[in-house]
Ligand binder design. Structure first.
Ligand code: TRP
Length: 332
């Protein structure tokens, strides 16, 4: 079948529950793409093996992430939702691409440097070749766009380099993908250290999990770090905490930051923080209700997963077959 719409691929690792930062910076933007593009949204469970996990927990998190994709509104009729490990061509292409990727370029990846400093007891080869698996994820599907956070931009760039290198040798095999870096709310910062990006590896008071209850959300916002002034004003340099809260509020309520500032003229930080917490809780509550409903519907989850893997595989096999032929793998 002819590919009519441009194609988009992105993925999330099933390590823990996604945060408000994932929702604002990623899912909210991906959602807007599902009508205009052919989208694949993947649960990249194989990437998570680069650090040690409890097996039962990883499996549970993967299922939970698929349910969350559905709960935020990804429609399996419009986009392909699946688990990376269910489509073996990811690993197969990754091996081949490993042979077209240099040690030097992989050792320059900032995420590898950060992660190997953090997990100095387990600097495994998978951590090193992580970007090659990511390149395989993307290149299997001939996608035009890869929506990612700023921190993943370098990985999309190495994907482009690998694809171009391969195409230079074998002709136009791969589409060269472009990163799409979200701007508004791309950087939701930690509530406890607003100079840092919100991350699930923070201490629990710094981030909002998408499945935090209303009470927990409000209490975390009440404790959010601000500053010693009194004015609710957007100024990320001088007032990182307040500015982060304003960004969050503006995204949750679909208001501009300017209008958000106006809502809080003359309001103290206590009232401001409570209002932001309530706006977040109001936004997440219907998603959480839907998530709980879907988690209880095993039959539905299974059918989405099977159907997604089947559709993804159909595309992946075609690309992989072409690559295997080009590089000379046995055909008989
Ligand atoms: N590395 C990405 C992250 O940690 C996840 C990911 C894996 C991904 N494969 C991908 C993102 C392909 C976009 C495209 O956020």
């Amino acid at each position: 079948m002819q590919q009519v719409k441009d194609r988009v691929f992105s993925g999330t690792q099933p390590t823990g529950v996604p945060t408000l930062g994932n929702y604002v910076g990623a899912y909210r933007n991906w959602l807007k793409m599902q009508d205009d593009y052919d989208c694949l949204f993947c649960v990249v469970d194989m990437h998570s093996l680069t650090v040690r996990n409890d097996a039962a927990e990883l499996r549970k998190n993967a299922k939970s992430l698929l349910a969350l994709y559905l709960a935020v509104g990804f429609d399996p009729e419009k986009c392909i939702l699946y688990f990376q490990s269910h489509v073996p061509e990811h690993a197969q292409l990754s091996w081949i691409l490993n042979c077209y990727t240099y040690m030097g370029e992989l050792s320059r990846m900032t995420q590898f440097k950060d992660k190997s400093a953090k997990h100095s007891e387990n600097i495994n080869a998978g951590l090193f070749t992580y970007p090659v698996l990511m390149a395989a994820d993307i290149l299997l599907f001939n996608v035009q766009y890869v929506p990612v956070g700023e921190d993943q931009k370098q990985h999309v760039e190495i994907t482009r380099d690998i694809a171009e290198r391969f195409n230079n040798i074998y002709g136009d095999v791969f589409t060269i993908p472009k990163p799409l870096i979200s701007n508004v709310g791309a950087r939701i910062m930690s509530l406890s250290v607003p100079e840092n990006k919100m991350s699930k590896s923070d201490d629990a008071s710094g981030y909002i999990s998408m499945l935090d209850t209303t009470d927990v959300i409000i209490s975390k916002f009440k404790k959010a770090v601000t500053d010693s002034e009194k004015e609710v004003r957007y100024d990320p340099k001088a007032k990182p905490g307040v500015s982060n809260l304003l960004t969050i509020y503006s995204v949750m309520t679909d208001k501009s930051v300017k209008d958000a500032e106006k809502d809080f003229e003359g309001v103290g930080y206590g009232g401001f923080k409570l209002a932001v917490g309530e706006a977040v809780a109001d936004k997440l509550k219907p998603i959480q209700d839907e998530y709980n409903r879907i988690m209880d519907d095993k039959v539905y989850l299974e059918s989405v997963s099977k159907d997604g893997a089947q559709k993804a595989r159909k595309i992946a096999m075609k690309t992989y077959g072409k690559v295997a032929r080009k590089v000379g793998l046995a055909q008989i």
